[in-house]
Write a protein that binds this ligand. Structure first.
Ligand code: PAF
Length: 281
């Protein structure tokens, strides 16, 4: 991959990159289309498919994470992707099976809250694999989904702090007609759980409504948190992991929430952990 990327660089070709863990859905396809637009005619689009083991905790769903590489390859072909990069564990983490893989990329501020506190080793895995993929694919521009809001903020910070010459684009979340954000993990939901999974979107909508109605003074974060807890409690198979109201750039938590703030939440629906977020505009 890196040899090919260096050859493209010598030819002056522009490379757009979409890193994924596969099991592609319309959300991924929208990132691929965005990458194509960003590089323009003559540019190249690379998609990586790699279920990165180091971003899963020991009790998480690495083994059952949905995979369908044949279908993914077909979808990439239909979207006109130039290269699909499918690295192996052995090439991404040489020596890890013997316990001698020992270099990590760690962001220390934006990863403290939300996904970082619920999943303590998650972001170390994400920043490490994304840094490695950037070194292998050498893209000019990389496209990430807004559904993983904190992840996108952490990647931007990593790119700034470590001087990667890569432009990061964050593309909007794609939703089902009832508001559920597309995610590969939606495949785990039973029909009853699928119905309850709209609670994340309903919580965002209700928070938006209340923040709008409150005007300049805003609403206490505690009041909004209790509203979200009540909505989730109304779903028999759902359990709130966290809900946070924060300043969109620094991710600093807010005590009072007014328009322009951002919210993010994680909810277990049965055995499936779903995340979502939205600007309170
Ligand atoms: O968002 C994802 O799918 C993953 O976290 C990523 C960026 C591909 C890294 O494994």
């Amino acid at each position: 991959m890196q040899r090919q990327a260096l050859a493209w660089r010598r030819e002056g070709r522009s490379v757009g990159f979409v890193p994924t863990m596969g099991y592609l859905h319309e959300g991924h396809l929208s990132l691929i289309r965005r990458a194509r637009r960003e590089v323009g005619p003559g540019g190249l689009v690379v998609v990586s498919i790699y279920v990165n083991p180091t971003q899963f905790g020991p009790t998480e769903d690495l083994d059952r994470y949905p995979r369908d590489v044949r279908r993914d390859l077909r979808l990439c072909r239909e979207e006109g992707v130039d290269v699909v990069f499918l690295p192996s564990d052995a090439s991404m983490y040489p020596g890890r099976d013997r316990g001698d893989y020992s270099t990590w990329v760690v962001e220390e501020q934006l990863t403290r809250s939300m996904e970082g506190s619920s999943r303590p080793t998650h972001f170390r895995g994400v920043t490490t694999v994304v840094a490695k993929l950037f070194h292998l694919v050498l893209p000019d521009v990389a496209v990430f989904g807004a559904k993983d809001y904190q992840q996108a903020a952490v990647i931007r910070r990593m790119v700034r702090d470590l001087n990667f010459p890569i432009r990061i684009v964050v593309a909007p979340t794609v939703r089902e007609p009832d508001g559920l954000a597309l995610s590969s993990r939606n495949a785990y939901l039973s029909p009853a759980e699928r119905g309850q999974a709209t609670v994340l979107w309903r919580a965002i909508q209700e928070a938006r409504r209340r923040v709008r109605a409150a005007g300049a003074n805003g609403v206490a974060a505690g009041t909004l948190r209790r509203m979200v807890e009540r909505l989730v409690a109304g779903c028999p198979d759902a359990r709130l992991d966290y809900v946070e109201f924060f300043e969109p750039e620094s991710l600093r938590p807010l005590k009072r929430v007014a328009r322009g703030a951002h919210m993010a939440l994680a909810v277990w629906v049965g055995r499936t952990r779903l995340i979502d977020n939205g600007r309170l505009r």
